[in-house]
Design a protein around this ligand. Structure first.
Ligand SMILES: Nc1ncnc2c1ncn2[C@@H]1O[C@H](COP(=O)(O)OP(=O)(O)OP(=O)(O)O)[C@@H](O)[C@H]1O
Length: 233
């Protein structure tokens, strides 16, 4: 579904991604792992067009994404939940969700879309008039995922969705991602640092180390040796 090939990215003179290849198979739950500062966020942001690549290919559903503006990529049914969630704290839950509708390429009615979102996220319905900033961390994360789901994505990309969230809510977010994948066929690509979560939610892993893709495989093949070499600090 998503194929990144030979991707190179620089921040100024600093070479951050080095000839990165990454395949995200349709229907998979692919977990991108790596220690802090290795380039995980940069890779996701490059796929989303928020950071420019110098060379390489980013092919999504047979289309080359480089050269397509970030706003247009959302219309290609790629949902993105950024690190830190980036919800609008002064806007209500419903207003935060409404923002997602403007990126849709079709003419879906917000009233229809939001009913589906509320069915998936009952807590957002209960809190619909509350300001985003008044929600707990876990509720804000659900709002960020709900806003991305307004796009009716086929691929959902999440950057550390469990960061700063209580363990019981982390479990719920894991359940939610598994459910969206199984019931709606959503392909999921997420950055995750915690091994138990990665093992429970992921079907595939990719490990990035100093800006290079160093290991890929089915989650069952994520060995202690790989963890020792590339993930433990
Ligand atoms: N906007 C930026 N300008 C310059 N350098 C940056 C910028 N963003 C990130 N970097 C650098 O690029 C490298 C990769 O950072 P990135 O955030 O992609 O890593 P990461 O693996 O997602 O780390 P973390 O787990 O801490 O979020 C780091 O050395 C970081 O300092």
């Amino acid at each position: 579904m998503l194929a990144v090939r030979g991707l190179n990215q620089f921040y100024g003179g600093s070479h951050t991604l080095w000839d990165v290849d990454m395949l995200v198979p349709r229907g998979s739950r692919t977990v991108l792992m790596g220690r802090n500062g290795m380039g995980k966020t940069t890779l996701l942001r490059t796929v989303m067009g928020l950071v420019p690549a110098v060379s390489g290919e980013i092919v999504y559903d047979g289309r080359e994404l480089r050269g397509i503006a970030a706003e247009t990529r959302a219309g290609l049914r790629i949902g993105f939940v950024p690190q830190g969630r980036e919800i609008f704290s002064q806007l209500s839950v419903e207003e935060n969700l409404r923002i997602g509708i403007y990126a849709r390429a079709d003419k879906a009615r917000f009233a229809d879309v939001i009913e589906r979102i509320y069915a998936t996220f009952p807590v957002l319905k209960q809190m619909s008039r509350r300001r985003g900033g008044d929600l707990s961390g876990g509720q804000q994360q659900q709002l960020a995922i709900g806003r991305a789901m307004v796009l009716d994505p086929q691929l959902l990309i999440l950057d550390e969705p469990c960061e700063g969230i209580q363990p019981n809510i982390v479990h719920e977010i894991g359940d939610l991602l598994l459910r969206l994948n199984e019931e709606q066929g959503l392909t999921v690509l997420l950055v995750e640092q915690k091994l138990p979560f990665a093992r429970r939610v992921g079907s595939e892993f990719r490990i990035i180390d100093k800006g290079r893709m160093v290991a890929t495989g089915a989650i069952g093949d994520l060995s202690d040796e790989l963890i020792r070499t590339h993930l433990t600090v």
